[in-house]
Design a protein around this ligand. Structure first.
Ligand SMILES: N[C@@H](CCC(=O)N[C@@H](CS)C(=O)NCC(=O)O)C(=O)O
Length: 416
């Protein structure tokens, strides 16, 4: 292990300064997050504008739209193109990360739904907002387990199964070329068409597991009526992040297999044969508990008041973000359970002020983010973005990435 670096010295770069009109500018060092034990609970972010950038057929955008509705957080939805480039995000926030969705809360930009869900839960806490982690009868929320299930199952291997249900013609379109860039190798539409039976079989494997979990939750409900409107996957009193995680993937996978959303991807009408026979495995005879739960979740969400305002022109939403005060960093970032481990950060050369690159460890690796490190914890990394092609972003922002699923490396050492 390389020796820890000596304490950083040098000029202070005012990375996470507060809005000059609200709080005097402070240096990075003076805004060091308070130790976990002395932190006040995060102030609800209710007064800041919440803006979600995504597109209709985006699996992960659906996930966050559902989460915002479950949590009853009012927000603005801004459509971005289904393919890169997305100049709106690049010019406004100097965001070179190419995936969707992206969430802005005031001048904090959150990337990746694994982080976005937790930030929503932390910044819009219960009881003012419904929780994504309602307790089961034994009082446990299973939050960490649900995060694992989402981050390591639904968002990844299950997503690979559902993308295998995309009608093959999509891969022959411009969209297919764009996704080849995302994945990092060419896509062979004919080969992907031949793999459909294999993908349906893979879906069957996933549904079988889901059925087992829901059957057990349903059997338990006979004797313990805790889940009055359930059963839910983790036997919670209301649907939890686990239900959300499974639902959004299965819904998107079923819809896309039936050709819904294909028109947006290929920028033209879907044909009659743009369908994959998903009902062969996903049906109520084979999976009665899953199909009943799927409808139950859909009904539950639809009964909740709408919280979304869709805008055609993003100018007003961007202005509202730009005019927001920069909140203290400790209110804007996810709080890890474990305290900072400076020795580790130092040996990785991931100290405040270092220039770092942040790259997803799955797809989108050719579009790394480069920024000046503000914070690095067991949960996330926060940077002030570097200019792209010498161009400053239209507003001063902080960008937040989760540690799970990203590789963070130093490019240049801290000059603090
Ligand atoms: N791990 C990411 C995955 C995001 C993702 O793969 N999003 C898709 C759309 S659903 C995407 O960005 N595809 C490439 C693109 O739209 O440019 C997350 O949870 O946010």
């Amino acid at each position: 292990m390389p020796p820890p670096l000596s304490p950083a010295v040098g000029p202070v770069i005012a990375v996470d300064t507060a809005d000059a009109r609200v709080v005097p500018r402070k240096s990075i060092r003076s805004q060091r997050p308070a130790p976990v034990s002395s932190r006040k609970p995060a102030s609800p972010a209710v007064k800041l504008p919440v803006v979600l950038f995504g597109y209709e057929a985006s699996t992960f955008t659906i996930k966050i739209r559902l989460a915002l509705r479950l949590k009853q957080i009012p927000y603005t939805f801004v459509h971005v193109p289904v393919m890169a480039p997305r100049p709106l995000l690049r010019d406004s926030f100097a965001l070179s990360y190419r995936k969707i969705p992206v969430l802005a809360i005031g001048r904090d930009i959150y990337v990746d739904t694994y982080l976005i869900l937790e930030i929503l839960e932390q910044r819009f806490p219960s009881p003012d907002f419904p929780t994504l982690y309602p307790a089961a009868e034994d009082g446990r929320t299973n939050r960490a387990l649900i995060r694992l299930l989402t981050g390591y199952w639904a968002d990844r291997p299950l997503f690979r199964v559902t993308t295998g249900l995309i009608p093959p013609r999509v891969w022959r379109s411009r969209f297919g070329n764009d996704r080849a860039q995302l994945i990092g190798h060419p896509l062979d539409a004919a080969k992907l068409a031949r793999k459909i039976p294999e993908n349906l079989a893979a879906l069957d494997v996933q549904l079988n597991l889901t059925e087992a979990q829901l059957k057990e939750a349903g059997d338990q409900m006979q004797t313990r009526p805790h889940q009055a409107n359930g059963p839910w996957l983790f036997s919670s009193s209301n649907p939890s992040g686990a239900d959300l995680a499974l639902f959004y993937q299965l819904k998107w996978g079923r819809d896309i297999a039936q050709g819904k959303g294909v028109d947006e991807m290929i920028a033209g009408p879907a044909a009659d044969d743009d369908k994959v026979p998903v009902e062969v495995v996903f049906n109520s005879e084979r999976y009665p508990c899953v199909v009943a739960w799927f409808k139950r979740f859909e009904t539950y969400v639809e009964a909740l008041p709408k919280v979304e305002k869709v805008v055609e022109d993003p100018a007003g939403a961007l202005r509202a973000l730009k005019e927001s005060a920069m909140v203290p960093i400790e209110d804007a970032q996810l709080h890890p359970v474990a305290p900072k481990l400076d020795v580790l950060a130092e040996s990785l050369r991931l100290t405040r002020g270092a220039t770092v690159s942040i790259t997803p460890n799955d797809t989108g690796r050719d579009n790394p983010t480069v920024g000046i490190l503000i914070d690095f914890s067991a949960e996330q990394v926060v940077v002030q973005p570097c200019h792209i092609d010498g161009k400053a972003p239209e507003m001063e922002v902080r960008q937040h990435f989760p540690r799970v699923g990203f590789v963070i490396r130093p490019i240049a050492e801290s000059r603090l």
